[in-house]
Structures are given as C-alpha cells and as structure tokens.
Write a protein that binds this ligand. Structure first.
Ligand SMILES: [Zn+2]
Length: 278
C-alpha cells in the first residue's frame, strides 16, 4: 500500500493494498513467533491452518531477505490472521501472485512490542506456494528496511516497493513476463508506462496497481544489474538518512555514490526492459 504522509502514521506501516485491513486486525488471531524457531502445529480452524502455514514459511523467507538486508529481517514477528474479501484472489495466476501488490494478501505493521504481519486469509488461500513465499519476503523486506522505523518515508514509493518486489522475486528465476503479467498485457496493448511508477500508480485504488508494482520491480532490477544488491542496499540506507522528500537530484546523487549509475541511465534501461516485455 502507498505510504501515508509522514506524521500521519508514525508507527504504522501500510504497504498493503487491502483497504480496511487495519480494521480487520481487531479480533484477528495472533501468534507470536520468532522467525528462527516457528514450528507449525496442526490447527483446528482455517485461520489456525493459515497461521501455521505462515509460521512454517517464515524462517526461510526471513533468511532470504536477511541475505540482502541483514539480520533485521529475522527479528521475531507477530502473525495475525484476518478475514478478507472473498474476491481478493480472483484471477490469480497459477504461479502465485506475480505483479500483484503483496498488500492484497499481507501487510506489515509496527508500533507494538514486535512487528506484526497481518495475513488476509481469503487472499492467502488462493496463492500458490511460491506466491505465499513471495508475499512474505516482500513484507519482511519492508520490516528489514526503513519501513520498520519510518525511515523510508521520504523515499520514492517506486524504490521502496520495487526493492521489496525485487527481494521477494530474486531467488525464483522466473522470466520477466511471467513475473509481470499485468504489465506485459499493458505493453502488448501499447499502453506501456513512460515514467517510473508514481505514488498514485501504486496506491490501492489505482486501476493498474499490479502493473505499477511490476514496473517498480523492473526499475530496481535494473539498479541491481548494474550496481549489485549491495549497491541497492547502500542506496536505500543512504536515502533513509535524507532529510525531507528525496528529489530527483538527490536520488541521482545517491545513485551515483552507491552504484555508479545515474538516474537517467536507470530510467533508460528500465524503459528498454519494459518494452522487451512485448
Ligand atoms: Zn510493499
């Protein structure tokens, strides 16, 4: 979900595209889990089964994210299973949730004694195993980066969501068009985006939000291709220290320092990658 302006949600992460998810937290089933030792136990209800499934997948997902972003990804989290809209998983591709905002399924929150991962049970049930792992890696990336502290509030949303998507997908090895089916459809219909995804493009109500997430993923993928994963981490960490919203000039400067790339060059390669989807 698009982040709210700084000051409106100082301790709340909203990376989910599921409007109203916060309201659903009330009455949800909670489980405290260290991501190192979360053992799934047979549940007696669908919510328990989903929670156990999440707990079983969390250690591997956290390890994968930690390999990029550090040990913060392996902090214990609280898993909350909530009911969700029955239509959330409509049209789910067989492979999982490629291109779909992870927030349709899950959201990460802070503010309590430990970060919380809220799982939309209706959407979760529609996902393939890979799709579930991708969603968890996406949300854990937010918790491992400035999302946990609000330090990323000044970063461009395409960079925040793109970094989460890139981290989530990096180990799957899927072809671009398979990861980004909605964006591929737009490109083939001659509706390819001409600029990097805006906050509005990535917002829950945006008509092509899934394509925008894939667009952000491709942009970050191009940053990593030239600058490596460590360059991406340096970039994000540097921008988290930036006072005030990150301008294009500040982003360009930080990109050069962290990866040797320029923003114009990243955009040029991103445009080529988008066109290649056709
Ligand atoms: Zn996200």
């Amino acid at each position: 979900m698009r982040r709210l302006p700084a000051g409106r949600r100082p301790r709340l992460l909203l990376r989910a595209a599921l409007a109203g998810l916060l309201l659903l937290l009330t009455g949800g089933l909670a489980a405290c889990a260290g991501t190192h030792a979360a053992a799934a136990r047979p549940g007696v209800s669908p919510a328990d089964a989903i929670r156990n499934d999440v707990l079983r997948r969390l250690p591997a997902a956290a390890a994968s994210v930690a390999a990029v972003w550090g040990a913060a990804a392996q902090r214990p989290v609280e898993v909350v299973v909530t009911p969700g809209p029955g239509s959330a998983g409509a049209g789910e591709p067989p492979g999982g949730s490629p291109g779909r905002p992870a927030g349709d399924v899950a959201a990460a929150f802070t503010g309590g004694p430990r970060p919380r991962l809220a799982i939309n049970s209706a959407a979760w049930s529609t996902l393939s195993p890979i799709g579930r792992d991708v969603v968890l890696r996406h949300e854990l990336t937010h918790l491992a980066t400035g999302g946990a502290s609000g330090a990323d509030r000044n970063l461009p949303d395409w960079l925040v969501e793109g970094a989460a998507e890139w981290t989530a997908w990096r180990s799957e090895g899927w072809a671009d068009a398979r990861v980004a089916p909605e964006l591929t459809r737009l490109v083939r219909a001659h509706r390819q985006p001409l600029s990097l995804a805006s906050s509005g493009d990535l917002s829950p109500g945006a008509s092509d939000a899934a394509a925008a997430y894939s667009s952000a993923w491709l942009a970050v993928r191009e940053i990593v291709r030239r600058g490596s994963a460590s360059g991406l981490v340096r970039l994000v960490r540097a921008l988290e220290q930036h006072p005030g919203p990150v301008t294009g000039a500040a982003l360009d400067s930080s990109l050069r320092a962290a990866t040797g790339d320029t923003l114009a060059e990243v955009v040029r390669r991103w445009q080529l990658a988008v066109r290649r989807l056709a």
